[in-house]
Structures are given as structure tokens and as C-alpha cells.
Design a binder for this molecule. Sequence first.
Ligand code: FRU
Length: 348
Amino acid sequence: MSTVSRLLTMFLVALVAFGGGSGIVMAQGTPEGASPAASPAAESTTCLPESIPEKDSYLIGMSQANEGEPWRQAMNDQIEAAAAEHPELEVVFADAAQDNATQVADVEGFLQQGIDLLIISPNEAAPLTDVVAQACAEGVPVIVLDRRVNGEEYTMWIGADNTLIGQMAGEYTASWCEEENHDPCLIGELRGLEGSTPAQERGDGFRLGIESSSAIEIAASQNADWLRELAIPASQAMFQANPDLNVIYAHNDPMAEAAIISAENQGLDPESILFIGIDGLPTPDGGLRSVADGRLDVTYVYPTGGQEAIDWTVNILNGETPPREVVLETIEVTEENAQDVLEQFGAE
Ligand code: FRU
């Protein structure tokens, strides 16, 4: 196993350790007042065949939105490592390369191959909704991971609370602006792909988090589709139009890293700007290392749910009724705890 795979496996094991097994997991670092009430997990009643035939081996289709991104590669690695513990599972992967039509065709291909269960992390919600419903209609249970589809036609959803993560980022921003006496405090936002649910939720949550601060102004908001290569020109244009930005809130770490490069290229002092990202991968070029090294200021661990997807695959195939949702934990990471969190995930 490579060092990166080993780190990612430890990352998932550590996150599962938080999870316990209750199905509903409270987010660590929850801002006051935003804490969801602890409640028993509602059981899923849709998209569950009455009985699943017992077999020696099961074919699982894993439809990935875009393997080109490090976080998605981490999700696939975690699924592969978790599935390796279950010799009866054969997982086939498909990469939609951020194209909705390709992902629809991938799922249709899986259904033709006769998969026993579908795991999908959809590129965008609306275009993938029908094909997921089609899998259900054909009696194939579906686990939706991280990004959501619309409607109710899937067996269960596993992912972190993106509205909460956005809100935590907003509240962190509000306190930082106050401490630094920035009034106005100008924000540049780099958004994820608009039709993907985390982009909407991370944007909305952030706005909730800054609501009570009258000094904060979102001066610029640009879409960079989650991609570092699109975030470079987007952040460059943003800094050119608004050289006084105080904060960059990027919906993921690769876009935040791009903004740091743009600030440097423009002769701005990155030390004077607050850079916030989301993902917190424990890999050498991931967000945790970047915060520990003092480049990125804040990130939020966004677990991929790969381990939980396989755990629930096994349970569903064994006839267990899953909860409708499993909400994974986040961790707010700043220079104060970055090293500890890295060590917690087995990195140095
Ligand atoms: C990868 C990614 C992550 C992000 C997640 C949201 O495609 O952009 O960086 O946290 O998707 O769905």
C-alpha cells in the first residue's frame, strides 16, 4: 500500500471511530445554537427490495462524478480498501469526468451488467435524479454519497452537513473580521459547481454564519466548478477587480490554494488575507498539511463516506433496513489543531 493510500485508510478509520455506528453522527465543533437535535435515525422505506437473494458474490457499481479530483480519488481508494475486507463484494468503478450525460450512461451500463447495488456520488442533482430512480424501479438499492439527487427515490444518503460547514466557516469569518477590525470586511467567494448540492448548501450556510455581522460584505462571488484550474483565472479576476479583499471563502481546498497563488502573483500579501477551504485531506498536498504549514488558514474535514458506504452495502445485502441518512462529522482545522488532526489521521 502506498503512503498516500495508507494515510487515507487511517483517515477513514479515524472518522469511523467518531461514528460509533448509531447512523447519525453529531458534527464536532458545532457552533452554538446550530446543533442538530440528537434523534434516532429514521429508517429508509424507499428503494429497498423485499428480499435480496443470498449469493456467493455481489456486483457493486460505484459511479464517481469525477476521478480527476484528489478528494474523489480518496473516496474511491477508501471504497476499494473497505471492500477488500469483504471478499464477496466485487466493486466496479466508473468515472463520469464531471459530465452528467456520461454519468447517466455509466449507471445505465451498470444496470445492464446486473449490479446488485449502486453507490453513486452524483455530479449534479437534477440530471442524475431519473437514472437513480430507474435503478430503484429495477429493484437495485442505491446509496447516494456526498452530493444529493432530487426527490426520494434512493435507499439512503451518506455525507456531511454542508450547510453546517458553511455556517461554521461564516462564523469563523465573522469573528476574524471583528478581531482584525476590518469594517467593511470584504469577502471573495469561490463556489463549487452550481447544480451540485454542496455548492448551494456551503454558500447558504456561510451566509447564515455571517448574518449577524454588519461589517461583512460579499464583494465578489464566482463559480469555479470545484476545480483548481478554473479557480486560478476566477480568483485572479476577483483580486484585479477587488484588490482589497480581506477573506477568500472557497468551497473546497483546491480552489482556496488557487486563490493563494493568485494573491501572490498579484503582489498581495497572502498573510493579510484569510483563506478558507473545505475537504482537509491528510495527504502531502491536502488541506491539513497546508494549514499545518501556514498556507491555508482554515479548512473543514469533509469525510468521503467511502467506508460507511461499504459498511451499509454489506448491511443492506444482508437484509438490514438502513437509516435514511447517515450524517458524517466535520472538524474545523486551524493552525492550532492542524498538527493534531494530521496525527489523528496517521500523518506526521
Ligand atoms: C470533489 C469535490 C470536493 C468537495 C466535494 C463536494 O469533486 O469538489 O472537493 O468537497 O466534491 O461534493
